[in-house]
Design a protein around this ligand. Structure first.
Ligand code: MRU
Length: 351
């Protein structure tokens, strides 16, 4: 069984033959788990953002594959094979930007392939074991990134983050918030400035909640306040997560990250990206080729039942943007910090 992250948030857990996940759509008003028992249900959970954040999406997709195999265990070999192929397909179509989704599916497919003609029950047991391993590994990686990144933050630092790259976005501990947790664990006094992160409010609803759970001082701002705080010397460093890093070090992350990176450069504030190697897509040359998810207009027109925009207005809702590598002070990985990332340095991480 997977290890615990030792942060106070268990984003997903295996229980009674199903994967239970915190419903991140309703936090912080309600804290509840939803149970998933098939690839189709899991794909819907990912699409509708019950679970979100690149590493967490990867873990959830891995469990989606394992759950599908368990569900089809009693089927004929032919029905098992076609059902599994369908499961992979529906999971791959759930969200386009986070590479961890496709990374996890490729890893699960290798396990299935390696099982050859083994009985369905043997295949499903191996797939479940691999999903548990992906989850446990993610926590170990976050811990390693945390240790590497904590050294970059000075005692007393005020750290701005965008979106939620915390325990909720991973199997536990977090990437960007993992760096902050590790710095706090090392005895540093760190305070967090959380961008609210329009339109889905991951910063206001999730990052602020996570930090409050852990008694890490957190101040919530709207996205358009970051420049003002930077100009007044109230931000010492920026740490964000990422959904996909191209081979040249360009970084796709939650919409608004690019704006923060430009502001950070303008004010000589270091801009760090916490990035597990599973988030690096070496098949994509630059950020220009990263697929950017466009989400529903309703997210911009209002929130839940409140609508503030006029019916009939044109809406754009790209969910991610790309920060060019030249604006990135360093990538924080489980293999250490890569300062001023470029194609050669990114490639060297895989040597
Ligand atoms: O749309 P989301 O909430 O899935 O977007 C999440 C982010 O942009 C995170 O910053 C990123 O996935 C890194 S999570 C460790």
């Amino acid at each position: 069984m997977p290890t615990q992250s030792s942060s106070n948030v268990t984003t997903m857990r295996w229980s009674n033959g199903a994967l239970e996940m915190i419903d991140q759509r309703v936090l912080p008003a309600r804290f509840e788990y939803l149970a998933y028992d098939s690839a189709a249900a899991m794909a819907e959970g990912i699409r509708s953002m019950v679970v979100r954040g690149a590493p967490a999406i990867g873990c959830a997709a891995a469990y989606g594959v394992a759950l599908e195999a368990l569900r089809l265990e009693k089927s004929s070999p032919e029905a098992f094979r076609s059902g599994m192929e369908k499961g992979f397909e529906i999971l791959a179509g759930s969200r386009p930007t986070a590479i961890n989704l496709f990374w996890a599916l490729a890893r699960m497919r290798r396990i299935w392939d390696a099982a050859g003609n083994a009985a369905n029950a043997v295949v499903s047991a191996r797939l479940l074991e691999e999903a548990h391993e992906i989850l446990a590994e993610d926590i170990r990686i976050n811990r390693a990134m945390g240790a590497a990144g904590a050294a970059l933050l000075a005692d007393g630092a005020r750290v701005l983050t965008h979106c939620n790259a915390g325990a909720l976005a991973t199997a536990g501990w977090g990437t960007a918030l993992g760096v902050i947790r590790s710095a706090v664990e090392a005895g540093k006094k760190i305070s967090v400035i959380a961008d609210e992160t329009r339109p889905f409010l991951q910063g206001a609803r999730l990052t602020a909640w996570e930090m409050v759970q852990e008694n890490i001082p957190v101040t919530l701002i709207t996205d358009n306040m970051a420049g003002h705080l930077m100009a007044h010397g109230e931000v010492n460093a920026v740490v964000v997560g990422t959904d996909r890093v191209a081979a040249n070090g360009d970084v796709a992350n939650k919409i608004g990250t690019y704006m923060v990176a430009v502001l950070a450069r303008r004010h000589n504030i270091p801009f760090y990206v916490a990035c597990p190697l599973s988030t690096i897509d070496r098949n994509i040359a630059s950020g220009a080729d990263i697929p950017i998810e466009e989400r529903a207009a309703e997210e911009v027109m209002g929130f839940r039942e409140t609508q503030w925009a006029a019916q009939g207005v044109n809406i754009r809702n790209p969910a991610f943007d790309v920060t060019p590598a030249e604006l990135v002070t360093g990538l924080i990985t489980e293999k250490g910090v890569v300062l001023a990332p470029d194609r050669e340095k990114v490639a060297a991480l895989f040597d």
